[in-house]
Design a protein around this ligand. Structure first.
Ligand code: AMP
Length: 294
């Protein structure tokens, strides 16, 4: 993929390593123009690219597109993949330039946190304890804390998030509303590989043998969505079918069911509107998540 990239001038993306450097630059931007911000953990793919390009449309001619790459240690649990999370920085810089990002904030952990970790953090509330939060205790506290920090540092007008991480964008929108953060959030659709697998930095962990089986998650979700749209309203039957289909491909299901997207509560009897199908499953050592809004 990367051999397809056109050569770019290294000066077209401004890179900032410290908060002071970014804030000095931020002051030079026109205050009445949009500043669209796309936070990432790097190991970029076309899904990130779609967010950066959408940020470009929001910023328009007079605004600015800022991105960040920060593998945030506080959102990883003890046994998780923080140390092995891919960090292909030079390729990421090339991709961001290609997609039209104008600046990149890429701090080291020491720039963001004291060595002992932050004493004050953002409590994600009850929505942070279910689904991903049940499997990954502390994850959403880490996410909320780092996004709150990034928003204070970058001071954007617009924040772009992916629907791929449905619960994450749900909680971050609650955080921003509850804490009166003056930023407009835009949730962008999930970009997928040809076989339907949601693009993810973690897909590169999948072995050649695992990779085709990973498509079972989206296949099951879209099949269930079609069933619901044509009248299959039993929550139990939908969850059972989802779990059966994903398990049959050799994945271990963490959760797969129909939820109310306004409360994150699972449907237990009849599925009514609105509905989102959420799934998480493990394939070897890789944990994959996906969702489909019905
Ligand atoms: P990450 O680098 O995984 O933290 O993701 C950074 C942002 O990109 C988050 O808002 C994600 O929801 C979003 N994102 C990740 N994968 C995709 C995808 N396949 N399509 C669209 N957005 C995505």
């Amino acid at each position: 993929m990367h051999t397809m990239l056109k050569p770019v001038s290294p000066s077209s993306l401004k890179i900032f390593r410290t908060v002071v450097q970014w804030r000095d630059f931020r002051r030079t931007l026109p205050p009445d123009q949009p500043l669209a911000f796309v936070p990432t953990m790097g190991a970029l793919h076309e899904g990130h690219g779609s967010l950066v390009k959408l940020a470009g449309e929001i910023a328009g001619g007079g605004g600015h597109v800022c991105t960040s790459i920060f593998v945030n240690p506080t959102q990883f649990g003890p046994g998780e993949d923080f140390a092995r999370y891919p960090r292909p920085f030079a390729t990421d810089v090339e991709l961001l330039t290609q997609w039209g990002a104008q600046s990149l904030f890429a701090p080291e952990p020491e720039e963001m946190y004291p060595r002992s970790g932050p004493a004050v953090t953002v409590d994600p509330g009850p929505y942070g304890a279910v689904l991903e939060g049940a499997s990954r205790p502390g994850h959403f506290r880490g996410v909320c804390t780092v996004v709150a920090k990034l928003l204070h540092i970058i001071a954007p007008t617009h924040l772009l998030l992916g629907q791929k991480d449905f619960q994450q964008q749900f909680i971050l929108k609650k955080m921003m509303a509850d804490l009166n953060m003056p930023v407009q959030v835009i949730t962008a659709p999930t970009l997928r590989e040809a076989d339907g697998l949601a693009m993810s930095s973690r897909n590169r962990y999948l072995s050649a043998n695992e990779r085709p089986r990973a498509a079972a998650i989206y296949a099951a979700l879209s099949q269930a969505a079609t069933g619901i749209r044509s009248g299959s309203r039993s929550a139990e039957a939908v969850a059972w079918q989802l779990q059966k289909t994903i398990t049959a491909a050799g994945l271990t299901v963490d959760y797969a069911a129909a939820y109310d997207p306004t409360t994150l509560e699972p449907y237990v009897q009849e599925i009514t509107n609105p509905c989102v199908l959420l799934a998480a499953a493990r394939l070897g050592s890789t944990r994959l998540i996906d969702n489909v809004i019905v």
